[in-house]
Ligand binder design. Structure first.
Ligand code: A3P
Length: 343
């Protein structure tokens, strides 16, 4: 693959092929012992692992990482629940880390891999898909991504005191984004399947009960929020809405957090603005790679365009009633009460 030829691999003390020496059967058996629920119609069952509902596709990789991933203290993790701005955070982080060769407006100084040639998910290795062993990355900072809840992360990440940047998003927009994404995913497998996919009302009720990918959503947030209060210098907590409101400010905070702050000269030369522009919803969505490309995760082809739907705050109003909005807000308020965190 051209990306592999262009970049050196990130070295990790696990087999280069990324295939466990142990049979995955071991994990299939472990998963089959866990409590399970039907979850959203048209999708696989959800399994309860350490108090979180996970699909087997993520769970198997989580168990593999638990047993094999050896974090280095310099590794930095971009963590999030699904549909909270992961793609954007990956793009911004990758652009910050590789800003020495950001393409100019006409693309003339573009070098090797860039956000213009690869979907952000292919720029940063994803822990649960075991990409840490084979991934190729142009980033000098060892960046990794994960959807795992804080308490489900491999122990070595916590023991190594690795830095973590976590992004969360208003639950109403997160839910709507998830419903559209998963419906598209189901439709992609077989167009007749989409008819058997949960209606938005049905999925909403399950989401409110905590039954969604990596749910309960509030618990996912709380885990990282509480950890960020204990270790603020190691865990940077972001909200999608804050990122929308002042992207430049957060890009600077991210760069400082990664240990590569923008110099006064870079700021004068407008590098921060270029990072923001390169990663804006419009810029990324309109790239050929994100309009018509696909990327493969665990043998499944996913259209890159699925990651760029609308990218606005408050789109839930177009799909949920006021009562539904109120219901999630009340649940979140109750669950987050006393934590000091609010949306
Ligand atoms: P919507 O479905 O509300 O449009 P994730 O990356 O975690 O899967 O989250 C996907 C959500 O982030 C989608 O929200 C998507 O449109 C939005 N998104 C993707 N890239 C973005 C960007 N560069 N800026 C703002 N939002 C972005």
């Amino acid at each position: 693959m051209s990306l592999e030829m262009e970049f050196s691999t990130t070295s990790k003390p696990i087999p280069a092929s990324g295939i466990s020496p142990e049979s995955p059967q071991k994990y299939v058996e472990e998963i089959s012992q866990l409590p399970k629920e039907k979850g959203w119609r048209g999708l696989q069952e959800l399994f309860l692992y350490k108090n979180f509902w996970l699909y087997p596709v993520f769970l198997e990789g989580a168990l593999h990482a638990r047993d094999h991933f050896q974090a280095q203290p310099t590794d930095i993790f971009l963590c999030s629940s699904m549909k909270t701005g992961t793609t954007w955070l990956k793009a911004l982080s990758f652009a910050i880390a590789t800003r020495g060769h950001l393409p100019s407006d006409d693309g003339s100084d573009m070098t090797t891999v860039s956000l213009r040639t690869a979907v952000p998910h292919d720029c940063i290795p994803f822990l649960e898909f075991n990409e840490y062993s084979t991934a190729v990355t142009g980033s000098e900072i060892p960046l990794f991504a994960s959807h795992l809840p804080y308490t489900c992360l491999p122990k070595s990440i916590i023991d190594s005191d690795c830095k973590i940047a976590y992004i969360c998003r208003d639950p109403k927009d997160t839910f709507v984004s998830m419903w559209f994404f998963l419906r598209k995913f189901v439709a992609g497998k077989n167009s007749t399947d989409v008819e058997s996919f949960s209606s938005i009302d049905e999925a909403f009720e399950l989401f409110c009960k905590g039954l969604s990918s990596h749910g309960p959503y509030w618990k996912h947030i709380l885990g990282y929020w509480e950890a960020s209060k204990r270790r603020p210098e190691k865990i940077l907590f972001l909200k999608y809405e804050d990122l929308v409101e002042d992207t430049q400010l957060w890009v600077k905070k991210l760069a400082e957090f990664f240990g590569c702050p923008f110099s006064a000269e870079e700021e004068r030369e407008g590098v921060v603005e270029r990072v923001v522009k390169e990663c804006s919803f419009e810029s990324l969505r309109n790239l050929e790679v994100n309009r018509s490309g696909k990327h493969e995760k665990r043998g499944r082809a996913i259209e890159n365009s699925a990651y760029f739907r609308k990218g606005v705050v408050g789109d839930w109003r177009n799909h949920l009633t006021d009562e539904m909005g109120k219901k999630i807000d009340v649940i979140m308020e109750e669950k987050l009460m006393g934590s000091g965190f609010t949306f």
